[in-house]
Design a protein around this ligand. Structure first.
Ligand code: GCO
Ligand code: MN
Ligand code: MN
Length: 395
């Protein structure tokens, strides 16, 4: 096992109660890309579990095929499962989430739940049910659906309305399976606009949210949004997360970093657009969101195994630093004075309109000081600059 670089213990040292998780496929990523071979050896599940425990993570997540490679015999499966379970017991590492690989096998090249081939669609159900069984063996509570191959390159191929119906049938079917098996899974749909398909169905948080309310069991189904995916689509991630959260639908989150307009980079959390990362952490922490802080990302392809653990430690450390910055923002007198002025403009805390005929009449009759409202600025330049100075460490 690669020795950990001697890292100092300080306020930003991750601990299990911070609920940081990694996928086997994230720290296990060997650096393959569409243009080149792996640049480092794959790391086995048992070593990953021990290393994540040493670094202070809470949990590890997996796809069926990450843990038990495709084509394993039942003896191999039993051995792998037994050794993985032993590692979990020795370290206390949990498995909060599981998922299915419905993208690697060429059988899924036209999609899994939305392949035009009905046999492929039923095979995808079979693979998912088996993977749900495997996830439950390790106590997973959240089940992620990332439809990487659910989509098209050409709309000549399938009727997109029909494809949505197939997708709905699959989620309804698997919801019933979870209920029948007493699995009590929460399903989390993960939107992505493209890659590996030219265009993927349910490409954004908004598409997925709207889809959920057409399901037979909308209460079981929520979102697993990912920073990289919304950034690829040019969207403001924190707004999407907030909308999912406000709807009670933020079931899981994939943290990483991404430059807009690129392939899915999945870089170390916080390594791009620090201010966006800060406001995301602030949202999650101010809301006391109880879910797992999952890192769906991997080390640069330049790295050896030491670099992988630097990447994992760095992801958690940056989150904790930003968490402290969020607390500082909430305590900074000058910032809070500006925030307080805005709150005062909002009326009583949480003042909202609710229709009644009297209120309608009174709003119709209300005299507004429009000159005053037009003239008064909002102070956002000052507020943003103070935020920047806080982030840059000079406050
Ligand atoms: C990606 C996705 C995946 C999923 C993972 C779990 O763009 O490759 O983000 O990493 O999150 O398959 O469902
Ligand atoms: Mn991704
Ligand atoms: Mn993801």
């Amino acid at each position: 096992m690669t020795p950990t670089r001697s890292t100092k213990q300080d306020a930003y040292t991750p601990r299990p109660e911070h609920h940081f998780t990694f996928g086997l496929w994230t720290v296990g990523n060997p650096g393959r890309d569409p243009f080149g071979e792996p640049t480092r050896p794959a790391i086995g599940p048992v070593e990953i579990v021990h290393k994540l425990a040493e670094l202070g993570a809470y949990g590890v997540n997996f796809h069926d095929d990450d843990l038990v490679p495709r084509g394993s015999s039942s003896t191999e499966r039993d051995r792998i499962v037994r050794e993985f379970r032993k590692a979990l017991e020795e370290t206390g590492i949990k498995v909060p989430m599981a998922t299915t690989n419905l993208f690697g096998d060429p059988v899924f090249r036209d999609g899994a739940f939305t392949s035009v081939d009905a046999n492929v669609r039923r095979h995808a159900l079979q693979k998912t049910m088996r993977a749900m069984d495997l996830g439950k063996e390790f106590g997973a509570e959240t089940y992620v659906f990332w439809g990487g191959r659910e989509g098209t390159e050409t709309n000549a191929s399938k009727d997109p309305q029909e494809a949505i119906k197939w997708f709905r049938d699959a989620i309804n079917f698997l919801s019933e399976y979870s209920i029948a098996q007493n699995y009590n899974y929460k399903f989390a749909l993960e939107p992505k606009p493209n890659e590996p398909r030219g265009d993927i169905f349910l490409p954004t948080i908004g598409h997925a949210l709207a889809f959920i309310y057409t399901l037979d069991h909308p209460e079981m189904v929520g979102l697993n949004p990912e920073i990289a995916h919304d950034t690829m689509a040019g969207l403001e991630f924190t707004h999407g997360v907030a909308q999912a959260m406000e709807a009670g639908k933020l079931f899981h989150i994939d943290l990483n970093a991404q430059k807009p307009g690129r392939y899915d980079q999945d870089h170390r959390f916080g390594s791009e657009d620090l201010k966006a990362a800060f406001f995301l952490v602030k949202l999650l922490e101010d809301s006391k969101w109880p879910g797992m802080r999952h890192f769906d990302s991997h080390a640069y392809r330049t790295e050896d195994q030491q670099g992988v653990w630097d990447f994992a430690a760095g992801s958690m450390r940056t989150y904790l630093i930003l968490k402290e910055k969020a607390a500082q923002f909430n305590q900074d007198a000058e910032i809070q004075a500006l925030v307080g002025e805005l709150a005062a403009r909002g009326g009583k805390p949480g003042a909202r309109v609710k229709y009644s005929s009297q209120l309608a009449q009174s709003i119709r009759d209300e005299k507004f000081d429009l000159e005053g409202l037009r003239a008064k600025g909002y102070g956002y330049e000052r507020l943003d600059q103070l935020t920047m100075e806080l982030l840059l460490g000079v406050r």
